[in-house]
Every structure is written in C-alpha cells, then in structure tokens.
Design a protein around this ligand. Sequence first.
Ligand code: NAD
Length: 473
Amino acid sequence: MKMLLNGQWVDRDDKIDVIDPFDNSVIDTVPSANAEDCELALASAVKGFEVTKKMTVYDRAQILFKAANLLSERLEEFATIIAREGSKTIKEARKEASRCVNTITCSAEEAKRILGETIPWDSFPGGEKRRGYYYRFPIGVILAITPFNDPLNLVAHKLGPAIAAGNSVILKPATVTPLSAIKLVEVLLEAGLPENAIQVVTGYGSVIGDPLVSDERVRMISFTGGVEAGKHIAGKAGIKKIGMELGSNSPVIVWKDADLDLAVESCVSGSFWAAGQNCIGVQRLLIHKDIYDEFKKRFIELTNKYKIGDKLKEDTDMGPMITEKEAIRVENWVKDAVDKGAKILTGGTREGALYAPTALENLSSEATIHCEEVFGPTVNFYKIDDLDKAIAEANSLPYGLLAAIFTSNVDVAFKAAYDLDCGGVMINDSTDYRLDSMPFGGVKYSGLGREGLKFSLQEMTEPKVICFNLPNI
Ligand code: NAD
C-alpha cells in the first residue's frame, strides 16, 4: 500500500514489509517515509486546514456518517486486515471493526454538539455594558500517532474527532500495522473528505517522529503508545497541545463476596484479549484470601481451555504476540520473576511469537513483571485480606489507567471507586471494558488528557471569546 501526501498516494523505493506474526508471511509493503516526506505532509496539512476550518458542521458530520456506513458494509474485509497484520484473532478483529463504526458515528454526532456559552459579563463591576459569548474553534494541524494493538479503532479515535472538529490531520500509523489505518483513510476519502484534510505518513517513529513532532505547524499531538515513546515525544514537542494515551499494569480486586463465575470469566478474557497486548488488559489480580484457591482453580481451568494459534480460524481464542522479539521479552520477564521466587500456575511456554496464556503467583516486588507494563499474555496473582491494603497495593505503581473490583457489597464498591487512583473504575467487570464514547485516559504515567469522542473534541478545539462593548445600551 502507499502513503498519502498532498492528495496523492505515493510510494518510495525504501519500503517496510508488513508481516503476519503467525506465519511470518509478508502481507504487503508500505513506503518508509523520510524527512522530505514529512515536510510535504506538513505543508499539505496546513493547506488542508484552510479548507477544513471553513467546512460546515453539517458537511463534516455527513462525511463521517457516510464513512461509518461504508465501513459497516465492509466489516469482514476490515476484520481480516486487522487479524492478518496484527495479533488479534478473527473474532477479536470483528469486534474492533464494529467498534470503529461506532467511533466514527459518535464523532459525527458529537460534531453537532460543539457548543459555546454566553458569558455573565455583568458579574463583576465594569462589565455591565458588555455582551458576548464563546464558541469553540478547530486548532489546526493534528498529528495522530497510533500503536499496533488496535490498528483500526484507535486510529478512528483520532481521525473521527479531528475531522468532526474541523482540523486537518497527519496520521503516522504504527510501523508494524499500517494497513487497517490506510484502508480507513481510503474510506474517509470515498466519503468525501477533502484531499488535503488528511496525510498518511508511514515509516519508523525513530526516523519521522522528530521532524513531525517538533514542527511548529503541528498544533496538537494526539499520541497513543508506550511511556518511553511518550516521554521522548513530550521532550521534543515544544509549545503545542499534547494528548497522551499510554500504558498501564491494571489492577483488579476480587473481593470475598464476588460472583466468582463472572469474575473468572471476565478476568481470563481481560488478561488474554489480543494476547494481552491491551492497554487495559488485566495484569494484577488482587484476590481475597477466602476465595483465592477456588478462584485460582477455576481461572486455570478456563485458561487451559484456550485455543492458541491461527488467528483466522473461527475457534482460535488467542493469537501470537506482535513479533517473536516481544514474545522473547515476555519469556525473559517471566524467567526473571521465577528467579525471584514466583511460581508459574499455568503457561510459561513459547513457540515463536506464540506465548502461552500464563498466570504467576508469589511475585517479588522486585520482579519487572510486577512493576512494569507487561503488554503480553501473563497475569499476576496476589492474596489480600484487607481492602485498604489492597487499594494501596493497586495504587503503588506509577500507572493508573483503569482499575476494577468484583464485589456484591455496595460500600466496598464505592470505597474502591473513590480510592483507586486511575482514570476509571469498573465494578463487576475486569479493567478490559471500554465504551468508545466514555472519557478515557489515565493518571501518572498512563497519560495526559482524555479521549472518547466528546472529550477528544474538547481537546481538539479551543474556546474563542467574542465580546461586544455596547456603551449605548
Ligand atoms: P510504541 O510507543 O512503541 O509506538 C506507538 C507509536 O509511536 C507507533 O506509531 C510508533 O511508530 C510511534 N513512535 C515510536 N517512537 C516514536 C518517536 N520517537 N516519535 C514519534 N513517534 C514514535 O507503542 P506500541 O508498541 O505500538 O503500542 C503499545 C503501547 O501502547 C503500550 O504501552 C500500550 O499500553 C499503549 N497503548 C495505550 C492505549 C491507551 O489508550 N492508553 C491504547 C493502546 C495502546
């Protein structure tokens, strides 16, 4: 596939292979962009903004509604691309494709709700003769940088609201999973998006990141990815808005009165969805001592039923990690934990990029897999007996995206909801629950700002005050 610069789909001699991590087959190639390509993208995006900022809300919304319709007619095509270029099974990929229709539809709906307010000028002496209001205006060129693990819907989470707001966008999709993103852009153009409203620059973050991130023509960077890249980008960005959706190592408390069937099913799915490569994937299970053994038994039984392998087979539950290198990293982290005293309850084996769904207990606080985001199919078990201590343990690490608790006690649920330090608390769900329109983001190293269409639109617009001085009234 090609990249999109100045309204043209362009190729380069220097290419990057897009590889299916299950069988290492080359699915396609994309151009490896260079600094000159970035310059063309930036200049074209500035031209594009001159067009998009004058488009009516109606026109912006119509393009997004049409794109959502086109997508919904091609769900299986999109699901297959997601499943081939990334880690997801076809069943997981279908869910992502459907969510993308919702994300684009909600963006269109929210375009019609970009509201201002009148200002109470007479609330302070000297303002009596003033009348006015503020409205929200689009801020300009948005640089959208996206990760590999939801290669379609997380792109839609940036393009949808950017277009709804009247901005132009430069999209830099994940190096390893650019195909779903490019297909989405094709759909947006087919739906009527003006040619320079969007640029797609494919390539390595290490090569094209800095020229795009540091350029003053970019007015906002909307980044989803890991903390390391996030820190680098924040250091290079200069004076512009930054939205950051970063990683986590999500805690889930399973209290003694939890519905165990529900908790086990949700936590197994939440731990191993997308081979654990999920920013809200369950990583730390804090289980009450009274139910620890029963929960553990049922969790292992269900995990051992998981079918791992070919992503395109209908009955596969979990596919490979995104690369063998990543699977080897997880293998090393598990080994490090075991060297420091952990016990493997199930899994712990690797075949190429396939890492078995794995559960560990007896973790040292020194183990990397305890402290850092694993972003792989492993989960840690901890025994707890005191709610305050469990919450303190959940809050003890420098991440805070979502947290969760299973309990049938409303007091316990409310206490956890208010004391867990994070961007959202799921009660009687694992952390792996996100509605695309809810405010989504984290505290500490998990991010800055919020996504979720209405909230992204706030970040991608600014209020402008209009004040009339009316001395004669
Ligand atoms: P990553 O940080 O390696 O890459 C993300 C994107 O940034 C890619 O497009 C990459 O090419 C680009 N990039 C890398 N270095 C860059 C640089 N110096 N300048 C500009 N761009 C650069 O992340 P990944 O491995 O693709 O994704 C996994 C991470 O993303 C995990 O940490 C996960 O938790 C996080 N994530 C967060 C959310 C969320 O909403 N909070 C959602 C999904 C994934």
